[in-house]
Write a protein that binds this ligand. Structure first.
Ligand code: UDP
Ligand code: MG
Length: 339
């Protein structure tokens, strides 16, 4: 990241950093938040922009954002048509960001903008993602801290990315890694895991955390089950995205082989020894095993077809290039799927 003086007139040149913030009913925090971000970044002389994504707020947030953006050339407001949720709001921020680095944080002042330069410095050390770690988290112990501790442990175990605090929105990304991540549902909680799937170098830094000053949290305990389901999706994607047959096929073929062997045994009993097999539970098991086996195997084949469509229709290669080194400046015609 270059240390160039801050300028508002060079809009066409790449920015050093975009700050992307989802906003849902945060009218009280907004002015304070923008001021704090300016405060923290003006000292660094980085060229930056602030992107506030209004996620269909029902209070005056959108109106306020419009007014602020009119006066502030470094602030852009992106007003979504309705309330989509935090993940789509963050995705909108990512899509509109022009900086070579992107920093996300919450719109409720729980994250401290003063930590942004520290995260960016860490990013400069050669990381693709620096995740904030709310070491001293100011939230309710039973309804927030405990579930979050369990979730972080579980996510770390299953995804293989050991980060203490997945839930912390304050994170810094290199824009290339963001361009490669597709966000769906409520996957914003798994961003480090998604980045890891794309081959990112990830680290974390302790950051400050404040209790909510205004408004209230948009989430309750209801998110637990959704987190677990999302976790399964991410786990599957990490392990089998490019080879679904290896999961469905293995189970399917195992079921089929078991079914056929047991079926052969029953056939032998019936035809070889002349026994009655019509009332044996084993017969039911054989039927279930063979049917399930065939179905799982077909799932695997369908998965392979879908996976191919997914990668080929989007021009997404099944690998990611970090860097191309060459002395004569040769560049391939297609790099990282760009055509
Ligand atoms: N948010 C959003 N859309 C929603 C819910 C939340 O854009 O539907 C934003 C919200 O304005 C805040 C961030 O996502 O900036 C995190 O929300 P919140 O502070 O309620 O979550 P918590 O910190 O309690 O986990
Ligand atoms: Mg919050």
């Amino acid at each position: 990241m270059k240390n160039q003086p801050l300028s508002t007139t060079r809009e066409a040149t790449p920015l050093d950093v975009s700050i992307a913030i989802p906003i849902y009913n945060e009218e009280e925090s907004l002015p304070e938040l923008i001021a704090a971000i300016h405060n923290s970044l003006q000292e660094t002389e980085l060229r930056y922009e602030i992107l506030c994504v209004d996620d269909g707020s029902t209070d005056r947030s959108a109106q306020l954002l419009k007014e602020l953006a009119e006066k502030d050339p470094l602030l852009r407001g992106i007003l979504l048509r309705r309330n989509y949720g935090q993940t789509p709001a963050m995705a909108a921020g990512f899509d509109h960001a022009r900086g070579r680095a992107i920093v996300t944080l919450d719109g409720d002042l729980q994250n401290d903008p003063a930590d942004i330069p520290m995260l960016l410095n860490k990013l400069d050390e050669g990381y693709d993602l620096v995740s904030g770690w709310r070491k001293n988290r100011q939230d309710h112990a039973v309804t927030r801290l405990l579930p979050s501790k369990i979730a972080n442990w579980l996510i770390g175990r299953i995804t293989g990315v050991k980060v203490h605090d997945y839930g912390c929105s304050l994170k810094a990304y290199r824009s290339e890694i963001v361009a490669d991540m597709n966000l769906y549902g409520e996957l914003h909680r798994f961003l480090p895991a998604l980045a890891y799937i794309e081959g990112a170098r990830i680290t974390e830094l302790p950051v400050r955390h404040h209790a909510r000053k205004y408004g209230r949290s948009k989430y309750g305990l209801g998110r637990t089950i959704r987190v677990v389901l999302d976790l399964l999706t991410v786990f599957f994607m990490r392990k089998f995205l490019t080879r679904p047959m290896h999961v469905f096929g293995v189970v399917g073929v195992t079921c089929m082989v078991l079914g056929i062997v047991l079926g052969g045994y029953l056939t032998f009993l019936k035809w070889g020894l002349g026994q009655q097999i019509g009332d044996r539970p084993l017969l039911v098991l054989v039927a279930i095993l063979i049917l399930t086996g065939v179905q799982l195997f077909s799932f695997g084949l369908l998965g392979e077809l879908l996976m191919r469509t997914y990668h080929e229709s989007q021009g997404r290669p099944i690998y990611r290039v970090r860097e191309i080194c060459s002395s004569n400046g040769d560049r391939p015609t297609r790099e990282n799927g760009e055509k």
